[in-house]
Design a protein around this ligand. Structure first.
Ligand code: C2E
Ligand code: MG
Ligand code: MG
Length: 393
């Protein structure tokens, strides 16, 4: 058994013995849940005791290891009677405890919910959207060779067309889905939809390129990402090599996911391409990256925005390109909006770009329309690319 697994097992055993009389379960990754009954409210005292007990070192192979512990808690009936509500509040407490930092504990307080209140309605709307299915869409943003404009790939970006509030940005509703236990379902919807789209494109006149999808940390902790991927590929008869997975740095470094290396390695062996999204915005150590089996880094648009004027950003971009080259990784620059940025990237030897300069994320019919009109006007030119929006009529 690996040392990490052994430690988890020891942690689980110690937790179970401490909770004698209650129930203990592992939710996934390094998250555990405890359910216990009390006859009076000894809540805070019990949590303090738990922390004390669990913080004592674990002895493994002559080593003495201490674990950090973040605790979210709630209590029935004060915090809710229904198990669904309680679970949601437990998640909300844990989420807020994590935001306070390692080794914090937080009991659910109505204020946590109040602060969320307008959002809670949105969570329930999102639940409905997942059931009805017709408010969610995937838009696609193309990726290009910066000099020729050749189409290299597409990124699927989730959109929610709220029946009352109109388009809601994924930056707003994805964190909500993550916090309220909907991310696995939402993520599975994306995988399924992207596979269906990819089959359709494979059998049409559209160019055959990899479709990249974004994967949330929660899909790795709680969901069975691997079997969802395998199931969708099989249902739609596509190959793993036709899908790319984008994971952000913070996902890769999230302790709850355990060691991501072996999981990524297996996914790659199956043929999926793997990219680190928003590269440079997290806190990853280069030493750690060295061991991660990934194919590509997506250079965050924060470094592109002020190109070519910012000397610092120019230096960072050049350094990342050199590093990636040395490590055999591909690089794609995100958020390329202007001709000057694009030209800088051509000169710096960047192989791929994505951004409004070439195309905004588009609904499927618009993208197909654009492709058709483009291939007819470019029928005789050597580059099968799409014209940058700024140049397109
Ligand atoms: P991301 O994966 O880094 O996606 C790129 C974001 O940058 C997209 O925002 C895209 O519309 C935007 N963008 C692209 N080119 C440009 C540009 O030239 N200039 C500017 N200013 N922005 C540009 P979007 O679609 O709002 O998505 C935001 C984030 O939401 C994504 O960032 C991703 O982290 C997340 N997301 C989107 N779809 C999904 C999904 O299906 N699953 C998960 N887990 N996350 C998703
Ligand atoms: Mg992405
Ligand atoms: Mg990104």
């Amino acid at each position: 058994m690996e040392q990490g697994d052994r430690l988890l097992a020891m942690f689980g055993q110690r937790l179970a013995s401490h909770v004698a009389g209650g129930a203990v379960g592992r939710l996934g990754g390094d998250e555990f849940m405890v359910i216990r009954t009390t006859t009076f409210d000894d809540h805070e005292k019990w949590i303090a005791g738990l922390r004390d007990h669990m913080s004592r070192p674990f002895e493994i192979k002559d080593q003495s290891l201490r674990l950090g512990l973040t605790i979210g808690s709630c209590r029935a009936p004060e915090d809710g009677k229904d198990s669904g509500v309680l679970f949601q509040r437990l998640e909300s407490a844990l989420y807020n405890a994590k935001r306070l930092g390692r080794n914090s504990d937080l009991r659910f307080r109505p204020a946590l919910d109040k602060q969320d209140n307008p959002q809670l309605a949105l969570v329930s709307d999102l639940r409905n959207a997942l059931v009805s299915g017709d408010q969610l869409e995937l838009h696609y943003q193309t990726q290009h060779h910066p000099a020729s404009g050749e189409l290299l790939g597409m990124e699927a970006l989730l959109r929610w067309r709220h029946p009352r509030d109109g388009m809601i940005s994924p930056a707003d509703f994805i964190p909500l889905a993550e916090r309220h236990g909907l991310m696995t379902e939402l993520g599975n919807w994306v995988i399924e939809k992207a596979c269906a789209q990819q089959t359709h494109w494979q059998n049409s006149a559209m160019p055959k390129v990899t479709v990249w999808i974004n994967i949330s940390a929660l899909q790795l902790f709680h969901g069975d990402l691997e079997s969802q991927l395998a199931g969708s590929l099989k249902r739609y008869g596509i190959k793993a090599s036709q899908l790319g997975l984008e994971l952000t740095e913070s996902v890769l470094l999230d302790e709850r996911a355990g060691d991501m290396g072996p999981r990524l390695q297996l996914l790659r062996e199956q043929g999926f391409a793997i990219a680190i999204d928003d590269f440079g915005t997290g806190y990853s150590s280069l030493a750690y990256l060295k061991h991660l089996p990934v194919d590509k880094v997506k250079l965050d648009r924060a470094f592109i925005r002020e190109l070519p004027d910012s000397r610092a950003d120019a230096a960072i971009v050049e350094a990342v390109l050199a590093m990636a080259k040395g490590m055999g990784l591909a690089v794609i620059a995100e958020g390329v909006e202007t001709d000057a940025q694009n030209r800088f990237l051509v000169d710096a030897g960047c192989y791929a770009v994505q951004g409004f300069y070439f195309a905004r994320p588009l609904p499927v019919p618009d993208l197909e329309q654009r492709w058709i009109s483009n291939s007819s006007t470019k029928a005789n030119s050597e580059a099968p690319g799409l014209t940058p929006v700024s140049q397109a009529s």
